[in-house]
Write a protein that binds this ligand. Structure first.
Ligand SMILES: Cc1cc2nc3c(=O)[nH]c(=O)nc-3n(C[C@H](O)[C@H](O)[C@H](O)COP(=O)(O)O)c2cc1C
Length: 288
């Protein structure tokens, strides 16, 4: 997959055409999940189920920001066993599936949910695995006017029809630091220009979808290593924070692996003092 291109093409779409997604496309997604999908922790058992638009009513009140359920032709649900890094792994996998959907010209949107049991009951599911992610997908409405979210805070989210635009995101300069957290001097020299793999990988990371678009993380580039740091965020709950981390790790790894082969994220903190403040934690590191 051309990760750089798919990451730039992707955006959350919340209004869909009334057009069926062919069975062959659904089979292709399932096949990709089983045989090609990138996994952060491959030993964790995961499962994908795809449902049609008929489950929208059942999910009403159980999924979406403030229970604002998005109507879509299809819903992809990712289940996982509980293990260390379940949610980070789920974010990584579900985002890889979203980029696969993007490659297939399908649009999508992450959907948050509160109570797993409520969703399982509504859909009459009795898998022993645990629901980790819901993705609404289908063919997005081809109009310049789309539903956009005006996220002021978790308790103030307006959905209104406005001219389409991309959610503003943190730039590389606010996301990446050199040697110590907060140090911007020298970042440009270390990353290089738009032609460099590292620049493209951090750019891809900056375009990651995140819960309420909060992007509660950053990176420290130290020596030949990159460490992902989680920033505490009052609006982001624990599970969403971990899904966000998995997503941003996938974006970074996807682009690096395009030109430098497989990139492995080592979970946990590196053995280096990164000068992290109290509200920041090193989550994972990789060697370039
Ligand atoms: C874990 C997670 C949960 C999300 N839940 C919802 C949701 O319930 N409803 C919604 O409209 N968007 C949801 N989103 C989408 C984000 O709001 C979106 O990614 C963000 O605003 C950035 O916009 P973009 O995806 O177009 O780049 C979620 C995203 C993530 C990562």
């Amino acid at each position: 997959m051309d990760y750089s291109a798919m990451i730039q093409n992707r955006k959350s779409v919340r209004a869909f055409q009334d057009k069926e997604v062919p069975g062959s496309a659904l089979a292709e997604i399932k096949e990709y999940f089983l045989n090609n999908c990138k996994k952060l922790i491959p030993s964790i058992d995961t499962q994908v189920r795809i449902f049609g638009s008929d489950v929208k009513d059942a999910l009403e009140g159980a999924a979406g920001y403030e229970q604002l359920m998005i109507g879509a032709p299809c819903y992809l649900l990712l289940f996982s066993e509980y293990a260390e890094y379940t949610a980070e792994n789920a974010g990584f996998i579900a985002e890889d599936l979203i980029l696969k959907l993007t490659e297939m010209d399908l649009n999508s949107c992450w959907l948050t949910f509160g109570d797993e049991d409520q969703v399982k009951k509504a859909l009459d599911l009795n898998t022993p695995l645990h629901l980790q992610a819901i993705i609404a997908f289908g063919y997005g409405k081809k109009t310049s006017k789309l539903i956009r979210l005006n996220i002021k805070s978790m308790s103030k989210i307006d959905a209104e029809v406005k001219r389409e635009y991309y959610s503003p995101k943190l730039g590389i300069n606010d996301l990446v630091f050199a040697e110590k957290w907060g140090r911007k001097d020298g970042v440009d020299d270390l990353i290089g220009d738009m032609e460099s793999m590292l620049w493209r990988a951090f750019y891809a990371a900056s375009l990651s979808p995140s819960f309420l678009n909060r992007q509660p993380y950053g990176f420290v580039l130290h020596g030949t290593r990159v460490t992902l740091v989680r920033k505490k965020d009052v609006y982001t709950d624990e599970v969403s924070a971990k899904l966000d981390l998995g997503i941003v790790m996938l974006h970074f790894a996807g682009v690096v692996s395009q030109s430098a082969g497989r990139l492995t994220w080592n979970m946990g903190a590196p053995d280096t003092d990164l000068g992290l403040p109290d509200d920041c934690t090193a989550v994972a590191w990789c060697k370039l």
